[in-house]
Write a protein that binds this ligand. Sequence first.
Ligand code: GLN
Length: 494
Amino acid sequence: MDKLLSLSINNVSKLLADNSVSPQLVTSLALKRVSETKKYNAFVTVAEKTATESAQRSEKRIKDKNVLSELDGIPVAVKDNFCTRGLKTTCASKMLHDFVPTYNATVVERLLNAGAVLLGKSNLDEFAMGSGTVDSIYGATRNVWGYEDERSFHISGGSSGGSAVAVATGACFGALGSDSGGSTRNPASYCGVVGFKPTYGLVSRWGLIPLVNSMDVPGILTRTVDDCASILNVIAGHDSKDSTSRPSYRKIRLPPADKMTIRGLRVGIPAEYHGQYLCREVREAWNEVANLLLQHGATVEQVSMPNTEYSIVCYSILNQCEVASNMARYDGLEYGFRADENSSTEKLFATTRSLGFNEIVRNRILTGNYFLLTRNYDKYFTKALKVRRKIADDFDRVWERVQILLTPTTPTTAPLYSEFVQKTNRDQCALHDYCTQPANMAGCPAISIPIRLSESGMPIGLQLIGRNLSEPMLLAVAKYIENVVQFPHFVRKF
Ligand code: GLN
């Protein structure tokens, strides 16, 4: 791999600005890297032609001293559940396998307007329902860490596994994921990259194909926290097309790591995040970082968030209810897959939907509709909303004592694919999303940063959670830790 691809966005941007390298060179190296790393199955569509053209336009802008932003000429990837004009957007589902949107999601539009070069669309679990990127019509995405061969590899995490792997391989400098229950942070943790879920509403959801509207946020995957801030600064901010969009956003400027201090920072360790599946090595890394913060002048105290354990089941009910409603639009009439069936409209709907969705999506639709039946509505949906409130209250209460929470991102390192797929989708999510889902319930921002490698060479990530709109502080603390731990990106040849 060319060393250029391992640099930070900021460094490449400087090299581009002083003409040491050209956007066309960077893009062609990135495209070459995409094809070299094909076996990991990170991309479902590669936009070679449009990427090359956009690198040419960037080249011209640099010559004319008309640079649009720090992202001008920087190759990025976008999860395949964000609409991209003229470029297939499949949600890794047969239902949308040939869907070509006529518009860009707001975040995509903003990246392109900032001059970023869109390399292609990345793999995911069908309609972002999963925690492994194993249930995609394009096949599983493979983790680069611990990869032996086609029979022995670890999951990339999910559902934004394609984006995480694209960043980890050096094929791109940053990628968009989506995060409804952990889908950006979970693969980031498994693949040794940074995964950030912003405050709900800070980044527009318009053009992101919905999973759980009340929790979905576009997420960011990068190798460094600074790169994450650079992308956030481009995509965040009010969007009149998203009614849940926040009114304003102030760009984040992170100070250099050696100019930062965490003296006086109040850090909470939520006891309930130990969960029953937390493995020894993740627990040790968690303790180490807590001690590190303490040694560097922060106060670290244990806090209690008693409703954490209800999060998985509560999320699952709300997820299925919202899924049932969101998926109603796929009926074979307007767009997407249409079954070869013309005996009646009802039959067309039924056949299209049973052939177009995988079993996981179909199950969620069925269960969701069951929960939403008049006779069940209060028992399930209304009750889950009340529990969600309690989970969010836990956060509000904790913010009276501490400014930030330090937790594991995932209870273990990335499991082997062969072991992971023994479990049902429901059990996969229950185990792997345990530490990530609560933040989606409360809407608060959270970031997973890579800490170190386990004894068997797999990345271990930890999560920081802050109160709503605390991004500047959250990213600064993440950068501080990142600088101390120095995660070994690219130590493995892949
Ligand atoms: N694993 C969870 C689910 O399947 C979360 C997915 C996500 O965040 N997109 O619903």
